[in-house]
Design a protein around this ligand. Structure first.
Ligand SMILES: [Zn+2]
Length: 198
């Protein structure tokens, strides 16, 4: 699939969920909680994501935005005790636009987040991948040159670098590798810059 077509992705996700959860497709609704309504377990999500990735030949970001963000910024940036703090609420609302915002509050516990995941969550993750896949650098972040070209990450020169998802460019002037921002970092920066404006 060269471009993101929501209906096609939704029906693929539905097929995969029916197979993994061993249920009939008619039981799946766009907004049913896969855990609370359809009996999924967290481990099923990994299976679902792997199948989507294989079918579409893409790499998905983590279903739980905090997996990456807490590793990078620490848990106390997003949680107080075991519940979301204000920043955690803002980020999760943006990360899961399929959930009504009033269902995500400072009473939402870390443990509850997996229960919010729906079929639409996976469709939105695929969309996020396609946003990253269309990324191009304006200029080199190190030297400012606009002479950049896309590289093949499977090329022997780059194979060991553990590059992130999305297209990778190289600066033809200084050799710097230019990588797309992670979707989680974009969400984080969007929330932080908005609170700085207030
Ligand atoms: Zn450069």
């Amino acid at each position: 699939m060269k471009e993101f077509i929501r209906d096609d992705v939704y029906s693929l996700v539905e097929d995969i969920l029916a197979k993994v959860l061993d249920i009939d497709k008619s039981e799946i609704h766009a907004n049913s909680s896969l855990i609370n309504d359809l009996g999924a377990e967290s481990i099923d999500f990994l299976d679902v994501m792997r199948r989507i990735e294989d079918e579409l030949d893409i790499l998905l970001p983590d279903a739980n935005v905090f997996e990456y963000l807490t590793q990078k910024y620490g848990k106390e940036e997003f949680f107080r005790d075991c519940s979301l703090n204000d920043r955690g609420v803002q980020i999760l609302r943006r990360a899961m636009p399929e959930i009504e915002p009033e269902r995500i509050t400072t009473d939402t516990k870390e443990f509850d987040i997996a229960g919010l995941i729906t079929a639409t969550t996976f469709v939105n993750l695929v969309e996020r991948y396609y946003d990253v896949a269309s990324w191009k650098p304006d200029k080199c972040g190190r030297c400012g040159s606009i002479q950049t070209s896309q590289i093949d990450p499977d090329d022997d020169d780059y194979i060991d670098l553990n590059l992130p998802i999305g297209p990778i460019f190289i600066c033809r002037n200084c050799g710097e590798l230019l990588i797309p921002p992670r979707p989680e970092d974009q969400l984080y920066e969007g929330v932080v810059s908005q609170s700085a404006d207030l």
